[in-house]
Design a protein around this ligand. Structure first.
Ligand code: SF4
Length: 363
């Protein structure tokens, strides 16, 4: 952590992070935020001067996948920079303190940093039976969330479970699990959907907050538009195969080995929004479709219910009838396919030109 009298960049230099690597991080964050490159200097300048805000990371009904995602980041990038940008005061799986000592640290933040600290919530919050299905230090997750998040300047819901309950809230939802916005309606929340969320997006939200003093623009689900503003299908590297009618018909077939479109294998990319194709996971290495599996729409609201069965083909793709195209290819009506592909291409072009803002995701 940075001593109070030391600049953020000075601390990074002491850790061997060169200015070049720091600027590279700022450039990556600016790109993730979908800001023009001229903002790189502003981001770098703001981060260099920033006073570290305090951050607490709460874990409730979760698998720790979102913590793992951010802790596995490399570069000077996400983990190193974010850890140094913020005074990380409480995070169950990484903090040295334990027991009463750890809980005292959380209480100190709530009392002494009231209205100034940031909270990250990972996992769902059970409401059934007075919240007994998740307790930490003898307190229910609900009471902790109410105390911590209602006094935070902003709360980041990291992952599907913290957003709306995720897998934990899937039917029949025996613990009455909900997300942080429902549990603590008075909290200021930005939802980072995904299973897990992408740590680059978490870092970008924090960088935006530190650079501009406010949370980024959000959609109707309080998800940041820079990450959830575009349909995956429109960003996918397999899109040319979709447009040309080249589909994987079964796992391991020639089309699958050649990287053809996974629409027929149940890919939900045509209905889901997320920036996976551009940001990718594991420091930009890959994302599910690149790795050969269809998108399951994990960044969508209630995806365990609304996007399953994950391997069933979408019954139709709104706006351009690709289902018809794919079906016709399947039974070999070549002429019809050629016509449909042309019509689809025209419809896609018109749709892309008309799209100025993302429409609501289908539930
Ligand atoms: S259907 Fe899926 S694999 Fe095919 S282009 Fe769209 S997002 Fe990519």
């Amino acid at each position: 952590m940075i001593p109070p009298n030391e600049s953020f960049f000075g601390a990074l230099q002491k850790k061997g992070v060169s200015r070049r690597r720091f600027i590279k991080f700022c450039t990556a964050m600016t790109a993730t935020l979908a800001l023009p490159s001229r903002y790189v200097a502003q981001v770098a300048s703001a981060l260099e001067k920033t006073k570290k805000p305090v951050l607490v990371w709460l874990q409730f009904q979760d698998c720790a996948g979102n913590s793992e995602a951010i802790l596995r980041s490399s570069h000077p990038s996400v983990l190193e920079v974010v850890l140094d940008l913020l005074s990380w005061e409480y995070h169950e799986i990484i903090m040295a303190g334990a027991g009463h000592q750890a809980e005292a640290a959380l209480q100190r933040v709530v009392k002494e940093e009231k209205g100034k600290y940031l909270a990250v919530v990972e996992g769902a919050i059970p409401l059934a039976d007075d919240g007994v299905y998740c307790t930490v230090a003898g307190k229910t997750a609900l009471s902790i969330a109410k105390e911590v998040c209602s006094n935070a300047s902003a709360t980041i819901a990291a992952g599907a479970c913290a957003w709306y309950g995720g897998l934990v809230a899937a039917s029949p939802n025996p613990t009455g699990a909900v997300g942080i916005s429902e549990a603590v309606p008075e909290a200021t929340v930005v939802n980072l959907g995904g299973c897990p969320q992408n740590p680059a997006n978490t870092a970008a939200v924090l960088v935006h907050y530190l650079t501009f003093g406010e949370l980024p623009a959000m959609d109707q689900y309080n998800r940041p538009l820079f990450a959830y503003g575009r349909i995956i299908h429109d960003q996918c590297e397999r899109r040319a195969h979709f447009d040309a009618g080249r589909y994987t018909q079964e796992w391991g077939d020639e089309g699958h080995r050649k990287g053809w479109c996974l629409y027929k294998m149940g890919c939900k990319g045509p209905e889901a929004t997320f920036n996976c194709p551009s940001v990718r996971f594991n420091d930009g290495t890959s994302w599910p479709v690149k790795a050969g599996h269809g998108c399951v729409g994990c960044g969508s609201y209630n995806f365990w219910e609304t996007r399953s069965p994950f391997y069933d083909r979408l019954p139709n793709v709104p706006g351009f009838g690709a289902d018809v195209t794919a079906g016709k290819i399947g039974i070999g009506i070549t002429a019809a396919v050629a016509g449909a592909t042309v019509v689809h291409g025209i419809a896609s072009a018109i749709r892309d030109r008309m799209r100025t803002a993302p429409g609501p995701e289908k539930h």
